[in-house]
Write a protein that binds this ligand. Structure first.
Ligand SMILES: NC(=O)c1ccc[n+]([C@@H]2O[C@H](COP(=O)([O-])OP(=O)(O)OC[C@H]3O[C@@H](n4cnc5c(N)ncnc54)[C@H](OP(=O)(O)O)[C@@H]3O)[C@@H](O)[C@H]2O)c1
Length: 313
């Protein structure tokens, strides 16, 4: 009899303990949404020129990178663009100068090549770089089992998504530490937050970006250097539209896929919140929170079904 009463007592405590934990989790999620996506509208806009006159953006001739380059130029920063296509770099640089009256510079570099960093470093000498946006990234060629990826593709993803983030940060960090100011924005992906069968090399590389970025954020606080990692879900760019499977999803989830301009404006607002990692977009954050709350495993199974190779491909 006594042991039965004891058991009921334990169950009662476990029930209340779990309820309180869930309640705290929900409250902290709601606070984080409020802090990242609503309160910034009422805060004094961040003066990005306080970090330094130049912003360096990798992968900046299209998509999210170009969006960041435009948005930062609109705030009066001079922009250094780095991508691999010289024609596109020239046009983007001219467009930015014409639209915002700021200075630009471009560096032609293909991040699949791991030996480009001394070339980039040379071209950055003398610039007062206050902001680095580690944006460049490539997705998988096509959704298929990791065992079928070519050696070249595996190396490309690692070099473009991971090595570029670490090396660009290392190059620019030295002067930021001396000047005791700076902002580094890493563009990761929601694919790193949920794990993604058939996208494994991509999601793994983005998990590196997220862990590297959040760790650095704490490490560099004492030097007054801010590091933010963004983990967007789908954004309407070439990368998204090029991928048939992702594109097919669009008809189902178009309300969750913002334009580049909308995404970048929202992401830039979240930088002032003090959180070291956000999705950068309200709907993406709600989706990620919901998935984490319900079950990441269910999402993994859905991703697996959606991206698994099909016979006709
Ligand atoms: N779009 C999405 O749905 C989504 C979702 C989550 C995360 N992200 C992340 O967001 C970042 C930007 O993606 P995006 O969708 O904006 O891509 P995008 O539209 O394909 O643009 C990629 C940019 O990177 C440049 N680039 C590509 N490969 C390069 C290389 N090897 N060397 C130098 N530059 C290179 C491209 O320029 P050139 O071709 O002219 O060189 C272009 O300017 C990536 O890190 C991606 O993983 C995107």
């Amino acid at each position: 009899m006594g042991s039965n009463e004891n058991n009921i007592g334990y169950i009662y405590y476990i029930y209340w303990f779990s309820t309180v934990c869930v309640f705290i989790k929900i409250l902290s999620s709601l606070f984080s949404l409020l802090n990242n996506y609503f309160l910034p509208h009422f805060r004094k806009p961040q003066d990005f020129k306080l970090y330094g006159q130049w912003a360096v953006v990798t992968g900046s001739t299209d998509g999210i990178g170009k969006g960041f380059a435009n948005e930062l130029a609109s705030k009066g920063l001079d922009i250094c663009l780095i991508s691999r296509n010289e024609g596109k770099l020239k046009n983007t640089a001219k467009e930015i100068e014409r639209n915002y009256g700021v200075k630009t510079k471009y560096i032609v570099a293909d991040f699949t090549n791991p030996n480009i960093y001394s070339h980039i470093k040379e071209h950055l000498i003398g610039l007062d770089v206050g902001i680095l946006v580690n944006n460049v990234g490539i997705f998988i060629d096509k959704a298929e089992a990791f065992s079928r990826h070519s050696e070249e593709h595996i190396k490309n993803v690692i070099n473009v998504n991971m090595l570029s983030t670490a090396m660009m940060t290392s190059i620019i960090l030295q002067t930021m530490i001396v000047k005791k100011r700076g902002l580094i924005v890493n563009v990761g992906s929601a694919a790193a937050e949920v794990t993604a069968p058939y996208l494994t090399i991509y999601s793994g590389s983005k998990a590196f970006v997220a862990l590297f970025g959040t760790g650095l954020a704490y490490e560099l606080k004492k030097f007054n250097i801010q590091v933010n990692t963004l983990t967007p879900s789908f954004v309407s760019t070439n990368m998204f539209h090029k991928h048939a499977r992702a594109k097919n999803l669009l008809s189902l989830i178009s309300f969750t896929v913002p334009s580049v301009e909308l995404y970048v404006k929202s992401a830039i607002l979240t930088l002032s919140s003090g959180d070291v990692k956000t999705c950068g977009y309200f709907i993406h954050e709600v989706l990620l929170m919901t998935v984490r709350f319900i079950s990441v495993d269910i999402l993994n199974k859905l991703i697996q079904v959606w991206f698994a190779p099909r016979k006709q491909e």
